[in-house]
Design a protein. Structure first.
Length: 534
């Protein structure tokens, strides 16, 4: 069943008062400890703060980007999703290539290690807390890789840290003589940090017009302050609140290809901000438009459009989606991102809108209470290998043939999340899109796809704290490649990847969620193809 949201008061006057309170940073708008909420509102003026210090940041960009041929961004969740959204959405052709190290899968680490030239690459280590386990272990791997390739004394000279002041990562950066340490805003949480150095520095390195993005965000903020009911943020809040009151809690985000990473950032923002206390909106990216007709009346659509070749093409696309919306009986909200300023306005709109919606539905959009559960269980496995065999290994996987029973048990208003602890490459992305589409057509439910362990820092909070309508299918594989040891530890990345998967599996079990695991064996491609055929 969909949560009852009939209590939402989305009268324009109520939302306007809410907006006024937000500008005044009124902590009482949201549940949660006063100090915690007040220390999470720096993003409201974050674009102005970043703009005022942009020249200094661009000086760091200039000094750290000399003679490099590629960039590797090591970071999880908001420490990488925001930067990726800024970079991909601007669709640059001649930028420095940037690769994202956000997986502990040995095969993916192996491929990336072979791809980049240590002596000509810049490694950005990004973590707000400075202690994110995946980020720190990946740093150790690439730092060792650089030290082995060039002079030992130069081992830190190709690294930049982005973190909060006083964090463990700052200590690591100082100890290893990083080129630079860039501090974020202490009063801005990870998922709201896209317009702070966590997003702006990597984007600037790639050649993105960051000033224009910040100016666009400021324009949306100013418009909201002056004429809120005419602003796109107001339209977003009304649209989402209306959808919830109509029991439409699944939000299908259909994005043009250059905006797919922006959709992923929105997915994280919604999931971590609203998915708690059994409430929340379930964002689903990547659904084929032809599959919308299989979805029920608990879904709504957001359409992210990029640049079109002409106004005629733009109108034709709109007509197509209007007709489709009417055919499938699902409302649709349009937005178009063409220029960097559009991107800035869109980011600010979603940050403001989701924060306001959190107030309307009665949750604290600035905490993530269930995220630590799976982290704790994974740490148990890492600290004691024997305990891993006794506690977490009790969770057995099912055979591919047994998936039939699970599919038959899926009811109305359900959604499925495919949680893939596989290399994130184009082939696996393609196969999982096909698999998710096949489940949608057969079971008439939306299916999301997340790659582990990255999704733990994106949709993981929603899975554990959000609506009870989720069914979770964890896909794992058997690593047959050469083991990659984690420097300074007694375990390798294969073990770490398994521990993170086991920890999330155990956490979902402890919270009473419906979750199964399918081990795809040595040949994940063949096994996924078998699943598709079923």
């Amino acid at each position: 069943m969909v949560h009852d949201y009939s209590f939402i008061d989305d009268d324009p006057r109520t939302i306007s008062r809410l907006a006024n309170g937000l500008w005044e940073r009124d902590h009482s708008l949201w549940k949660g400890p006063r100090a915690q909420v007040q220390n999470s509102l720096g993003w409201i003026d974050g674009a102005n703060t970043s703009l005022s210090s942009l020249d200094c940041l661009l000086d760091v960009v200039a000094s750290t980007s000399e003679n490099i041929s590629s960039v590797v961004l090591i970071g999880m969740g908001g420490s990488s999703l925001g930067a990726r959204a800024l970079i991909d959405s601007t669709n640059l052709n001649n930028r420095i290539p940037i690769y994202f190290a956000d997986s502990t899968n040995s095969s993916q680490i192996r491929s990336l290690t072979q791809l980049v030239a240590p002596g000509k690459s810049l490694f950005i280590v990004s973590s707000k807390s400075g202690s994110t386990q995946e980020t720190i272990t990946l740093f150790r791997h690439f730092h060792k890789h650089v030290r082995n390739d060039i002079a030992i004394e130069a081992g830190g000279s190709r690294f930049v840290a982005i973190t909060d002041q006083g964090s463990p990562l700052e200590t690591i950066a100082n100890k290893n003589s990083f080129d630079a340490t860039i501090f974020g805003q202490h009063d801005v949480g990870g998922r709201y940090s896209i317009l702070t150095p966590f997003g702006i520095y990597p984007a600037a390195i790639s050649g993105v017009k960051t000033k224009e993005i910040l100016l666009g965000a400021i324009q949306e903020s100013d418009h909201c302050r002056e004429h809120f009911v005419d602003a796109s943020t107001f339209s977003l809040v009304r649209y989402l609140s209306d959808c919830l009151k109509q029991c439409r809690d699944k939000l299908i985000i259909i994005a043009d290809e250059p905006l797919a990473s922006l959709a992923s950032w929105i997915e994280q923002l919604i999931s971590e901000s609203l998915g708690k206390e059994g409430k929340g909106i379930i964002p689903v990216c990547g659904i084929d438009t032809e599959d919308l007709k299989y979805l029920g009346d608990d879904c709504a659509i957001v359409r992210l459009e990029g640049m079109s070749s002409s106004s005629e093409e733009d109108q034709n696309r709109k007509n197509y989606f209007n007709d489709l919306s009417e055919q499938v009986n699902q409302p649709i909200l349009y937005t178009q991102v063409v220029e960097p300023r559009d991107l800035g306005r869109e980011i600010m709109k979603w940050e403001l809108g989701i924060a306001m919606l959190g107030s309307l539905i009665g949750v604290n959009p600035f905490d993530q209470p269930q995220v630590e559960i799976s982290k704790g269980l994974a740490n148990e496995a890492i600290k004691d290998h024997k305990r891993k065999a006794t506690r977490l290994r009790r969770i057995e996987g099912i055979e591919i043939e047994d998936l039939e029973d699970l599919l038959k048990s899926l009811g109305r208003h359900t959604y499925m999340a495919l949680l893939a602890y596989l290399p994130r490459d184009k082939e696996n992305e393609r196969l999982l899109r096909i698999l998710s589409g096949a489940v949608t057509r057969r079971c008439e439910i939306p299916v999301s796809v997340g790659f582990g362990p990255s999704y733990l820092h994106s949709t993981g909070q929603l899975h554990k704290g959000g609506p009870e309508s989720g069914v979770f299918v964890q896909l794992t594989t058997t690593d047959i490649g050469e083991k990659i040891e984690v420097p300074g530890e007694t375990f390798d990345f294969s073990f770490l990847n398994e521990a993170l998967a086991d920890g999330d599996m155990a956490a979902l079990h402890e919270l009473g969620k419906k979750v199964v695991r399918i081990n795809l064996g040595f040949d994940a491609t063949l096994s996924i193809e078998r699943l598709i055929k079923r």
